[in-house]
Design a protein around this ligand. Structure first.
Ligand code: NAP
Length: 551
């Protein structure tokens, strides 16, 4: 994305590394997954590990997404690592939903506390990795010419890290400033007095809108698909609450591992249709007041599967929109009708809908009048031109596969991952790909990943991978690979389970619908975390059933 101004990176001279180092494992990425993998493989198993990270700092998602208003939608006390009780006890979160700088500080603290930095190479984007069948090792190359040979390749590249910049005609002609939310400049952006255009109303756009509106001269939000969002109700962390959580941390983390979505509260098995409308509204009112993801997980269990139940909750949210937004036409435009609630990843917001009551904010429907082009002075839709000084792309990611496919990964017999996945990704449990021995994906496609509180999903995968490598070392095995038939069976199961849910119904990044030409396939496993964990454990108990080893 050359024309997008982004986080400035100190460019290193183009280092040439003539020698190939031989190590045990390469980990790609130094975000939540990569840091965890390095700690577990190096300090738990004693492996010689090298992490390569494209950015000039650790943090992954929380390094890149520094746009105004960026904060986590999961609550701070469980959106963190559970692997160290000392870490959990010593870290103090300031508020219910941590802002991006706080999570970035947390991950930097983790890097220091566990002495991880000495094995992390920053500004080292991996461009190519090729499996050598003769040695059962991966040859991994970075953009600056560094090359290492490793027995294992652990892709900890994140599910949402390959920013999607839509190919709008004239994009490069814009004379003003343009930014993608996932490549935000470290020094920030000044909006004072400026005419700002923002494309996209997913989680990023919905978080950025109120903050940009508070500073800009005028903000125009270009909306293609309205989204259902629920208030976060952020608040400072009360010290007594934090102390109580710390006393109970082990049990809290146990609950995150046992619940469907990785949250420390269990979903309630209650049908929307079995109770009176009055009782239902009372429950929804309470959840709306409490805010956050509990609105999804703590209300009614049938919203994920039953279209009628889902419509009741969808209409409840539309009623709140009509209540909050003063102009009825704008309110109606903000009401989603084209997808069931939660079939697109539901955002959590702070003052999103009420922002449209400001005089300096306008909403433009680019579904009925699509964006035609970007011009040197702004943006043209089918029926108007909007003069702009700043253009913000909150247009999301090539989710779950983009960052893997951006690298040139070649498995056994030189097969390219891009070819193996030409019709969509196929994995065994989201952990391995047939034909790509000794390569592991942390929260890869086909695992619950993005439908689970991410640190919980990540720690589970890192544990599984570390246990698998320990098993191989104990048994003198050099090579592990997903069997083709086991992978096919898993892919079929992932697709079949999704058909019984509403997740496969929306045009969302969950199914790759946001990227033109991307095969439409449900990317995460929708069967829930407990079932998935059981399956992973059963595979291990049956001697890594479905995986093939060789000595
Ligand atoms: P997103 O959910 O994919 O939203 C992208 C938005 O851009 C959509 O409204 C999309 O419209 C619009 N768009 C894309 N191309 C367009 C075009 N050519 N013309 C007009 N509109 C276009 O991306 P995101 O908001 O960055 O969020 C992605 C995911 O990241 C989230 O779902 C969430 O999982 C994660 N995230 C989490 C947090 C958090 O925890 N706080 C914050 C931000 C993001 P359509 O819907 O019509 O395609």
């Amino acid at each position: 994305m050359p024309e997008i101004r982004e986080t400035r990176m100190r460019r290193e001279p183009n280092r040439q590394h003539a020698e190939t180092r031989e190590i045990d494992a390469v980990v790609i990425g130094a975000g939540f997954s990569g840091l965890c993998a390095l700690h577990r493989l190096r300090d738990g198993l004693g492996l010689n590990v090298q992490v390569f990270e494209a950015a000039d700092g650790v943090g992954g998602t929380w390094y890149w997404n520094r746009y105004p208003g960026a904060r986590c939608d999961s609550e701070s006390f469980y959106y963190c690592y559970s692997f160290s009780d000392d870490l959990a006890q010593e870290w103090e979160w300031s508020s219910r939903y941590p802002e991006q700088p706080e999570i970035e500080r947390y991950l930097n603290h983790v890097a220091d506390r566990f002495d991880l930095r000495r094995d992390i190479r920053l500004q080292a984007r991996v461009t190519r990795a090729a499996f050598d069948d003769a040695s059962n090792c991966w040859d991994v190359h970075t953009e600056h010419g560094e090359q290492v040979r490793a027995r294992f390749l652990v892709c900890a590249v994140g599910c949402l890290s390959d920013a999607n910049l839509p190919d709008i005609p004239g994009r490069n002609s814009f004379a003003g400033e343009s930014y993608h939310t996932a490549r935000w400049p470290r020094d920030g952006v000044g909006f004072k007095g400026k005419r700002v255009g923002l494309i996209g109303t997913g989680s990023s756009g919905i978080q950025a809108t109120p903050v940009i509106a508070a500073e800009a001269g005028h903000l125009t939000v270009f909306q293609r698909t309205p989204n259902f969002t629920v208030p976060a109700r952020n608040a400072p962390f009360n010290p007594d609450d934090q102390a109580a959580i710390k006393r109970d941390y082990a049990a809290i983390f146990d609950r995150t591992r046992a619940s469907i979505g990785g949250f420390p509260y269990f979903g309630i098995d209650r049908s929307t249709l079995d109770i009176s409308p009055e009782e239902r509204t009372k429950i929804l009112d309470e959840l709306w007041e409490e805010g956050g993801f509990k609105f999804i997980w703590g209300g009614f269990s049938d919203i994920f599967t039953d279209p009628d139940a889902n419509e009741i909750v969808s209409e409840y949210i539309r009623e709140r929109i009509r209540e909050i937004v003063a102009d009825p036409e704008t309110a109606e435009l903000l009401c989603p009708y084209d997808h069931p609630y939660t079939s697109k990843r539901p955002p959590i917001d702070t003052d999103y809908y009420v922002t449209f009551n400001r005089d300096n904010v306008s909403l433009v429907d680019v579904k009925s009048a699509p964006i035609r082009e970007i011009t040197p002075t702004g943006l043209r839709t089918a029926d108007a031109h909007y003069d702009l000084d700043v253009l913000v792309y909150a247009t999301g990611f090539d989710a779950m596969t983009g960052s893997l496919l951006r690298m040139d990964i070649r498995g056994s017999d030189g097969v390219r991952l891009a070819d193996a996945w030409a019709h969509g990704p196929r994995t065994l449990l989201g952990l391995q790909v047939a034909g790509f021995p000794n390569l592991f994906t942390v929260t890869g496609p086909g695992s619950p990943s993005v439908l689970v509180n991410m640190p919980t999903a990540i720690e589970h995968h890192v544990e599984w991978i570390a246990d698998c490598i320990a098993h191989m070392n104990r048994n003198g095995q050099m090579r592990i690979e997903a069997a083709e038939d086991a992978q096919d069976a898993w892919a079929e199961h992932v697709a079949e389970v999704a058909e019984h849910t509403l997740w496969s119904k929306g045009n969302s990044w969950y199914v790759g619908a946001n990227i033109p030409g991307k095969p439409r396939i449900i990317l995460p496993y929708t069967g829930g975390q407990p079932q998935y964990r059981e399956r992973c454990q059963a595979v291990v108990d049956a001697g890594y059933e479905g995986f093939e080893f060789s000595a």
